[in-house]
Design a protein around this ligand. Structure first.
Ligand code: S3P
Length: 438
């Protein structure tokens, strides 16, 4: 599916933020491990959480999706069983890496597969620690297809994360949880902490301490988790597209209700505020152990910014859309220490650069980042432009948002993967006055 922007548009009005993808995936796994009736509201019915749901059901879980983003987890009479077919995690790195941990902990023989993009992504970052814990794993050189064989994990596993990755951290936590073994993770740079919060919310014995400016996360084995209903907060990574869209198009006022405000995810807001954005936070509250609020985005004048170091893991999924904000900001933006972007759903640094090149936006590439020379004015293009999404949802949405502030239509190729994380993107943008055509 190719999608085409309507030139010189804006995003004005009020919408509810779609559910958080990271949290939707985690709550499915943790509640099926609890294996008691649990109702989940605000679930993201995107393809990534749905592939995780199907994989869990293939293993004997009983998870049903109901209208209005409600999930009912039922008590499974069998508990987890060996799946007959390989589990297909589609496009989802989170689904695959977290399920690998959980199933290694359960010690069940399982095969895993995924789509073309997932099959090219590095999995040794989770296979190495899982093997060190005692899991018996075979893979194609650290990539899919992957087979887990029956094995029993060691107790008291201690691991220092060599890469700032919430997926690796969560993989090990879920392995310990499912195996009922104690795990300690040393995290040098803070990454999103949804797994820790959710485990605490469901009653796990998890402690987080700071030593030498590192997080020491310890999950005790034999946790007796309590079944309780769960409310998924909105996904700030999805809200980010609308926020930047409103800012670059000088839209009058945009309200996004129910946005997750976890401190390990809201780097995007502090970066945009540093760039000059006027974003108001209202009705701050908490749902299921996660902070949440409503955001108001007001017309603002953006200028360039320098982004590097420990902020990067906090904004890792927002760098594509921040690059669009940078393209329409006064002056230069420099992004460094972001080499992880090369192993996301696509090589995002290359995809950003190629798209900016097609729009004629001046930039310099680095191995670990990009320098973008911005200009806040409406982009004056000589004719319609085509941009390759590299089959990557965040690249596709970023360049469709760039189209708001162009004088010509922008066609982004192969946008189907938008459904992995933001299935209502076209409806929500249309409801705010921005028509994106198929
Ligand atoms: C995620 C962690 C991040 C992020 C991804 C979701 C998660 O990946 O980019 O979209 O749900 O834990 P890494 O752990 O690879 O940094």
């Amino acid at each position: 599916m190719n999608l085409t922007s309507t030139p010189e548009s804006s995003l004005t009005g009020s919408v509810s933020c779609p559910g958080d993808k990271s949290i939707s995936q985690r709550v499915l796994m943790i509640s099926s491990l609890i294996n008691e009736p649990i109702k989940i509201k605000g679930f993201l019915d995107g393809e990534d959480p749905l592939s995780t749901m199907h994989a869990l059901n293939q293993m004997g879980a009983e998870i049903e999706i109901h209208p209005k983003n409600v999930i009912q987890v039922k008590k499974s009479p069998t508990g987890f069983v060996e799946p007959i077919d390989p589990l297909d995690l589609g496009n989802s790195g989170t689904g695959l890496r977290l399920m690998l941990g959980m199933i290694a902990g359960l010690g069940i023989k399982t095969m895993f597969k995924g789509d073309r993009s997932l099959s090219q992504r590095p999995m040794n970052r989770v296979l190495n620690p899982l093997s060190a814990m005692g899991a018996d794993i075979t893979s194609d050189n650290g990539m899919l297809p992957i087979a887990l064989n029956k094995s029993v994990l060691d107790d008291d596993f201690v691991y220092e994360l060599p890469v700032a990755s919430a997926q690796v951290k969560s993989c090990i936590l879920l392995a310990g949880l499912a195996a009922e073994k104690t795990v300690t993770i040393i995290e040098p740079i803070q990454t999103r902490d949804h797994t820790e919060r959710m485990l605490k919310n469901f009653g796990a014995n998890i402690t987080i301490a700071q030593k030498d400016s590192k997080n020491i996360i310890c999950l005790a084995g034999k946790a007796s988790l309590k079944a309780m209903d769960y409310q998924v907060v909105g996904d700030i990574s999805s809200a980010a597209f609308l926020i930047v869209g409103a800012l670059i198009s000088q839209s009058e006022e945009l309200e996004i209700c129910g946005v997750g405000m976890n401190p390990s995810r809201i780097g995007i807001l502090s970066v945009l505020r540093d760039m000059g954005a006027r974003i108001e936070i209202k009705n701050a509250r908490e749902e299921s152990g996660e902070p949440i609020a409503d955001l108001i985005v007001l017309p603002s004048k953006l200028s360039g910014v320098i982004l590097d170091g420990s902020i990067i893991p906090n904004i890792i999924d927002e760098i594509p859309i921040l690059s669009i904000a940078a393209a329409f900001a006064e002056g230069e933006t420099i992004i460094r220490d972001a080499a992880e972007l090369r192993v996301k759903e696509s090589d995002r640094l290359k995809a950003i650069s190629d798209g900016l090149l097609n729009l004629g936006i001046s930039h310099i590439n680095f191995d670990d980042g990009i320098k973008i020379k911005g200009n806040p004015r409406l982009l004056d293009l000589p004719g319609p432009v085509q941009i390759d999404s590299y089959d990557d949802h965040r690249i596709a949405m970023s360049f469709l948002i760039a189209g708001l502030n162009c004088n010509q239509p922008i066609t982004v190729l192969e946008c189907d993967n938008i459904f992995t994380s933001f299935p209502t993107f076209l409806e929500l943008t249309a409801s705010l006055g921005y028509e994106i055509k198929k």
